[in-house]
Design a protein around this ligand. Sequence first.
Ligand SMILES: Cc1cc2nc3c(=O)[nH]c(=O)nc-3n(C[C@H](O)[C@H](O)[C@H](O)COP(=O)(O)O)c2cc1C
Length: 327
Amino acid sequence: MNTTARYLGLELRSPIIVGSCGLTADVDKMVQMEQAGAGAVVIKSVFEEQIIYDIKRNTSIVASDGNYGDSYEYIAAHVADDSLEKHFAMVREAKRRLTIPVIGSINCFSHESWLNYASKFQEAGCDAIELNMAILPYETTLSTDDVERTFTQIITALKRLITIPISIKVGTYFTDMAKQLQQLSWMGIQGITMFNKSVQVDVDTESETLKNASWLTPEGDIHNTLRWIALMSRKTRCDLSASTGVYTPDDVVKMLLVGANSVQVVSCLYKNGIDYLRQLNEGLQSWMTRKGYESISSFRGKLAVPPAEKASIAMRTQFMKYFAEIV
Ligand SMILES: Cc1cc2nc3c(=O)[nH]c(=O)nc-3n(C[C@H](O)[C@H](O)[C@H](O)COP(=O)(O)O)c2cc1C
């Protein structure tokens, strides 16, 4: 049986890959992921804020002392390079010790940093880069056009600058999700990861303050991703990677059946440990054996909504089956 999958033009020995998270900031853990059967790893993102924080922490004395004049800029740039360099040293080590593809990940807010960090990831030897571009339209002044423009500007500039495959990790906050995902896929990128999970907000009723809810996705929370991969996998011109809520081999199979090219796991590894990847791969293989499938391509996309079918009708049919009991 052959479980190889193609994703972002890379050959993966398994479609199950580890998504960007704290576990992929440690090369020993990434080696363990490879040994447990991961098809690829997406490295913990470099966040632009993190670099700015390092600059502020390391230049506070210089900044408060007016005697340094112009050299402040120079020192800040040096600190930024040093801070990034630690990250790229980790990427280079991961590339040395792993045989599976290593995908870099960045999350920036300034145009220059998207370009700067992405080209450094390429230099460090990453096989591809995932841009964590889950834009949250929090501001009342931000329109759909603004969001679209941001995507277009960054992707166009990056396409000119780097040659490694690019995937875009998006969030779920689009008013015109289907249109946006299709247009993104037409921009010459190699993949879209659906979806990023933003920090969930909670309230501490004792201290009466806002706080973060658990970062981990609860088991069973796969349906939004399933819906959108099923709707979009045959209407997009790039690969789709399914992310959010994948816990069991059955979840992996579902994502592949609706058309995902790869399936990312994070929360289930935090809950069950890195070696749980073995169970996911074994479960996928035993399902394929039971169903008589020799390869991933022989069943991938079997349940994707055909491009000629109107998505609204496909979804309304499901709705009617449930509420009007029409079979
Ligand atoms: C502790 C933790 C750290 C994460 N850090 C990142 C990150 O640096 N960059 C990123 O793109 N996603 C990050 N994520 C989001 C995951 O990659 C993934 O999209 C999300 O957890 C949904 O997948 P899951 O349901 O399998 O956990 C993080 C998730 C967790 C739980």
